[in-house]
Design a protein around this ligand. Structure first.
Ligand code: SF4
Length: 345
């Protein structure tokens, strides 16, 4: 038996061509494409302006692989964590984070992760595969629906900060963002999308060359190679100097400042030398800093630094005219906070 193809892997032109080949009208391809993306249909039966015969024919040739929200957990602060089942049974997680001014979807780009950051729960899951563009897109659609239902307004922002390293799934992530921002998809502004990466210099340059319009965030966590390599083994392959060079390249090409994501851990990066190194690094490329509250994962031995150390970071960054935000963590009680996504219920 030949396996049916996932219809959402087809471009609009390919779909138009398919209908022509079936001796039907090409514009039928446009109608089906609209159902698949803008209207988010998960079944050919939903396509009410397509004749029954055509729907039957589509059913014979294609499937619509789509996600299912298997389990939804709600935090006391309104954060929602979804266990998302993919068509092959694998699970990833996505999170909806409401605040007073916005609702943000945090989406996954890979099943598991291969990069082994020592503080991250996802790193404990073996990397199984990359997500397809439609699987990323569906997470956004599902969180948008939850935002409308529970917050009474549509999703305002998206961050690629869930499971996986988005730049290791480059083509699919960019295709998904294309759909999310296109009028034929969700028509969201790319300015409301942030891709967060461990910082892969070659891929950051590629993003700049591809003239992407979304924002870039880098998980920095230390501006001292020795310390960063301990937290993020990837730093041994591409160190801070290489990363900086790629970020400068990004800025020259895009004119967009970079956001550094930074957790301050007790006894690891909470000293004066750590702060000075970060200030120095930030001065070399237009950037701002998000200091993120750390959420301990069981038995990992890391602890959030004292408030005094955080305040010291804030003071020194501000004294050097570097914008800094302290991000209090959300969804802690359901393991939905940064670095906690590990398919736990
Ligand atoms: S922090 Fe991101 S890149 Fe590092 S292991 Fe976790 S998911 Fe992977």
């Amino acid at each position: 038996m030949t396996q049916k193809q996932d219809i959402r892997a087809l471009t609009k032109d390919e779909l138009r061509y398919f209908f022509e080949e079936q001796k039907d009208k090409a514009f039928r391809g446009n109608q089906v494409y609209e159902w698949l993306w803008r209207k988010g249909a998960h079944s050919f039966d939903d396509m009410t302006n397509i004749s029954l015969t055509t729907r039957k024919m589509l059913n014979e040739h294609f499937v619509i692989n789509h996600i299912e929200v298997d389990d939804m957990q709600k935090s006391s602060d309104g954060t929602i964590k979804n266990a998302v089942r993919l068509h092959d049974g694998l699970i990833v997680e996505s999170v909806l984070i409401p605040t007073d001014t916005r609702t943000t979807a945090c989406v996954s780009s890979q099943v598991g992760c291969s990069l082994n950051c020592t503080f991250c729960a996802t790193a404990r899951l073996k990397k199984m595969r990359n997500l397809n563009p439609d699987e990323i897109y569906d997470q956004v659609v599902a969180t948008d629906q939850q935002s409308r239902l529970y917050q009474n307004h549509k999703l305002s922002n998206i961050v690629f900060m869930g499971m996986g390293e988005p730049l290791l799934n480059y083509n699919n992530v960019l295709k998904a963002i294309d759909k999310i921002t296109s009028d034929e998809g969700l028509a969201m502004s790319p300015k409301r999308i942030t891709l967060s990466t461990v910082g892969l210099p070659k891929m950051i340059k590629k993003l700049a060359d591809d003239e992407v319009k979304f924002n870039l965030a880098v998980s920095l966590h230390s501006a001292i190679d020795e310390i960063r390599s301990k937290m993020m083994p990837i730093n041994e392959k591409s160190n801070l100097a290489e990363l900086l060079e790629s970020l400068q390249y990004w800025y020259v090409k895009t004119k967009k400042q970079i956001t550094f994501e930074y957790v301050v851990w007790k006894g690891i990066n909470d000293k004066k030398k750590d702060i000075e190194a970060l200030v120095d690094y930030c001065k070399k490329v237009p950037s701002k800093v998000n200091l993120i509250e750390y959420n301990a994962i069981e038995e990992d031995g890391f602890m959030q630094a004292d408030e005094k150390a955080i305040a010291y970071y804030v003071r020194e960054l501000e004294r050097n005219n570097i914008t800094v935000n302290v991000r209090r963590s959300r969804g802690k009680d359901i393991d939905a906070a940064c670095g906690q996504l590990a398919n736990k219920k």
